[in-house]
Design a protein around this ligand. Structure first.
Ligand code: PEP
Length: 262
């Protein structure tokens, strides 16, 4: 039986926007989509503000019944205790976060997060009812040495090691050479790796999980590239960095179905 996957367009704000700017952007994005008569439900929208903005974003979304999900950009592998500066999945859950990004290449590179810590964070997310958005991707050197799929495939296998078959997860293929560089992977390149990642999900969690799990592409996605990416059978959405900070541009990405034939 074919399973349909609701497309997911996710905005990773990284370390941008304070809580007041966050509120302004959420409102502007909401109005922009409303003005364009965007059909809510055809695409899921998820926002990933900095930790300090989450409470404000949650309050606004809740009060105005805005149809956006939200989550955090990271979490601690621990649940509580003497871990100065870390944020527990329990706290994120209490703030009604649905998602948490784990293993973003900037965490792997600047915070020395390896596969073991990423796997531990995936477990922490699942313990607290959060959907982990597991990021994997290769650097330019790795692309040249091993090809496109090898590193993302091995990172995903490690992250899924102890994940139960019925877990709700999202996988994001983010080639490091495409993040913040303006160099988007071609649709065919992204499709090839996303298909390989879906095969890993099938091998690790079973065919049913592979059929229902959303695999996103991330790396310099813009409104001009999203339609081509979304035409690929194994790409179920996008994790968007820079372009998610611009309400008009992010709204155009969310509305890709309007220009999917372009
Ligand atoms: C990201 O940081 O996850 C990302 C994809 O960034 P950008 O869209 O700016 O390349």
């Amino acid at each position: 039986m074919a399973v349909s996957r609701t497309p997911l367009i996710a905005g990773n704000w990284k370390m941008n926007l304070d809580h007041l700017q966050a509120v302004a952007l959420v409102q502007k994005l909401h109005w922009t989509l409303k003005d364009a008569d965007h059909e809510t439900g055809s695409v899921e929208v998820a926002l990933f503000p900095p930790f300090t903005d989450i409470r404000s974003v949650q309050t606004l979304i809740d009060a105005d019944k805005i149809p956006f999900a939200f989550g955090a950009q990271d979490l601690s592998a621990h649940d509580s205790g003497a871990y100065t500066g870390e944020v527990s999945g329990a706290f994120l859950s209490k703030l009604q976060c649905r998602y948490v990004i784990i293993g973003h290449s900037e965490r792997r590179e600047y915070h020395a997060e390896g596969d073991d810590l990423v796997a531990a964070k995936v477990q922490a997310a699942l313990r607290h009812g959060l959907v982990p958005v597991i990021c994997v991707g290769e650097t330019l050197e790795q692309l040249e040495e091993f090809g496109a799929s090898a590193v993302p495939v091995s990172q995903l296998k490690a992250a899924l090691a102890d994940v139960p078959a019925d877990a709700d997860i999202v996988v994001a293929y983010e080639p490091v050479w495409a993040i913040g560089t303006g160099k988007v992977a071609t649709s065919a390149q992204a499709q090839e790796v996303c298909a390989a990642l879906r095969a890993v999900i099938a091998e690790s969690l079973g065919d049913e999980a592979a059929a229902r799990t959303r695999v996103l592409y991330g790396g310099s996605v813009k409104s001009s590239s999203i339609a081509g990416l979304m035409r690929e059978p194994d790409i179920d959405g996008a994790l968007v960095g820079g372009a998610s900070l611009l309400a008009d541009e992010f709204a155009a990405i969310i509305r890709y179905q309007k220009h999917v034939g372009v």
